[in-house]
Design a protein around this ligand. Sequence first.
Ligand code: IPM
Ligand code: MG
Length: 389
Amino acid sequence: MKKTIALVTGDGSGPEMMVVACAIAIEAAKKDDIEIIFEETPMGWNAYHQFGDTLPKESLERAIEIGTIFFGGVGDFKNDSTIGKEKPEMKPEARALLTLRKRMGLLLNFRPMIYYKALAHLANVKPEMISDKGIQQIWIRFLLQDSYFGNANFLEHSLPNTNSWNVAQLWGIKPKSDVSLNDDIVSDLAYYRKETIEKYFRAAFSYARAKGLPLISIDKANVMARYDYWRKIATRIGKEEFSDVPLTHQLVDSANALLFTPEKLHGVIACGNEHGDILSDGAAAALGSMGMMCSSAINPDTGAAMFESGAGTAPTLAGQNKANPLGRILTAAMMLRHIGAEKGASAIENAVRTVLINGYRTIDLVSGREQPEALLGTEEMGYEVLSCL
Ligand code: IPM
Ligand code: MG
């Protein structure tokens, strides 16, 4: 079977990491008799230099049409501070990434935290906090709405009525690129819609049930209306439809403190868009390295999906063959599982584990406490994984 996937190689070290991750994905999918065909749909500052837009219309429409995207990350501070100063609306994180999330309805953002014993020297968690069974911590971030889509770039279809716009403008809801020091008040409207929260929790509960894990829901219900609402909906759906799945609630500030006692966050973790952005980086750093983070974003109704490691583009390492490709490679494994290449997905995950056990490291995985077997570049690390498949 052939499977076409839209490819955004991205900015910074993205292209170096993606070349490696794509080669591994193609090879691994052969185990399931799937031939992956990557079709480039350029986005980010690299696309700006080629086509004058960080989100060329053709790329956007074609990527949406294909429906499965392997996304290498966009944005780098050099272009942000030059072109981005004059044309802030072109900054690609919001322009490309958020537009794709919104247009494709990518509600569920899976960020499973994988703890590697071989990387214990990097973890910020005391070893005695990690039981022999390891860590099961699967974050499912609600990837739409909230404060992310609450400025005028994204609200246009959500607030169609002229009166609401007058109120919105009074409160300083404007496109991010229009914000200036002349403003007296600037807001992002943080909102959640009932039907979307319900859909989200049904998916999160089902996932927890399938995995035999409890659901931990994170909120700020003690002070904020939208999280009080979030907690009420979670509780109702849990009680009425998923009484077999244990549900607990955790305030976001205390959840943050629990990142360092991971057995207390054992389970599937449901959290809002902004909370999930912040906490998932913290969880990844607590358990090892940001460079190992893998991530997928899924529309539970259509199956449209984007696979992007949430770990940035490592712009300071760009062009030096130094960035850690393992987050992208593990993200490729999630992508393979999504397209039905289960054998390939497991082969990649096992290969990464083996390479780490064998002591191979990229620069970000080395700390003073460990003498690596070999310090590898991006390409060489990819080659090691490939040869372990
Ligand atoms: C992430 C990233 C993005 C986000 C940025 C690049 C817009 O940090 O996927 O976690 O905030 O969602
Ligand atoms: Mg983030």
